[in-house]
Design a protein around this ligand. Structure first.
Ligand code: HEC
Ligand code: HEC
Ligand code: HEC
Length: 188
């Protein structure tokens, strides 16, 4: 088991070096391999470089800190389509300890629930109970659990330390659900 973990760590480390080097900017719509470059509409659409450069920057993924963009009100997306939808922000961290030689994982509910509904994760991606989900790095890399979004619509999996952010040696609390904090302000 230890061997497999070390192998995985080295592999992922190499992968992260590789992507950190050739960090691309925003591709033009005509060569992003998503839009049809011959479409007459191509000139009407705003270029990503024009739209995204105005937002707070990040060092990876699509180079935008979406958490700051929301909190600092650069963008104010609608929170609900139906008026009866209840908006809930939960400020509760989960500390996950099955991380081999890597630092512990801190999953913060707060930034996630500023963007997402509980239903987006519970119970389809995660059963709402600490320890009830066999989360591991191979499954994440295969697009399960955190990997459903990270590496797709949220920051990429090469940013190890954004998830593995808690030093095992200095963490004195209990792993699992941390005490819930009061949310003082809802965004929007
Ligand atoms: C981005 C995904 C995501 C969203 C959105 C989300 N959660 Fe969670 N939740 C998790 C994860 C991950 C765990 C930990 C699961 C584990 O340890 O296996 C968890 C665990 C929990 C737990 C269990 C705590 C315990 O003591 O066992 C509760 C309760 C919970 N969430 C409530 C909520 C509520 C309420 C919302 C909406 C306000 C919400 N969650 C939104 C991912 C999410
Ligand atoms: C349903 C989608 C979804 C899932 C599943 C998900 N995340 Fe996220 N996560 C996001 C989005 C969206 C953001 C905000 C955009 C960004 O930072 O890229 C985010 C941001 C974060 C942040 C940054 C918080 C900050 O304050 O900067 C951390 C850490 C994080 N996620 C960890 C995890 C971990 C660990 C898991 C699995 C246990 C997980 N996420 C599962 C969507 C998800
Ligand atoms: C989106 C969040 C996220 C990112 C990014 C991430 N991890 Fe993980 N990692 C996890 C979670 C969650 C676990 C499982 C923790 C648990 O179940 O207690 C885990 C577990 C692990 C483990 C334990 C062995 C195993 O197979 O699960 C290793 C080793 C590991 N990660 C290495 C890395 C390395 C190296 C990187 C960067 C290249 C990385 N991780 C990036 C969330 C992440």
């Amino acid at each position: 088991m230890m061997k497999a973990t070390s192998f995985l760590t080295s592999l992922l480390f190499l992968l992260s070096l590789n992507t950190a080097q050739g960090a691309p900017g925003w591709k033009a719509l005509t060569n992003d391999e998503v839009h049809d470059p011959t479409s007459p509409a191509i000139g009407i659409l705003q270029e990503p470089a024009t739209a995204l450069a105005l937002l707070p920057s990040d060092t990876s993924g699509n180079r935008v800190s979406w958490i700051r963009a929301l909190r600092e009100r650069y963008i104010q997306p609608r929170t609900n389509i139906y008026p009866e939808t209840e908006i809930k922000v939960l400020d509760m961290d989960i500390i996950m300890e099955l991380t081999g030689e890597m630092p512990l994982v801190r999953f913060p509910h707060k930034p996630h629930t500023e963007w997402l509904d509980c239903d987006n994760c519970h119970d389809k991606i995660f059963i709402e109970k600490v320890g009830a989900n066999p989360v591991n790095m191979f499954a994440i890399l295969a697009g399960e659990y955190c990997g459903r979004c990270h590496g797709a619509v949220a920051f990429p999996l090469t940013e190890c330390n954004r998830c593995h952010s808690v030093d095992r040696a200095t963490f004195t609390g209990q792993p699992g659900a941390q005490p819930e904090k009061k949310v003082s302000e809802l965004i929007n």
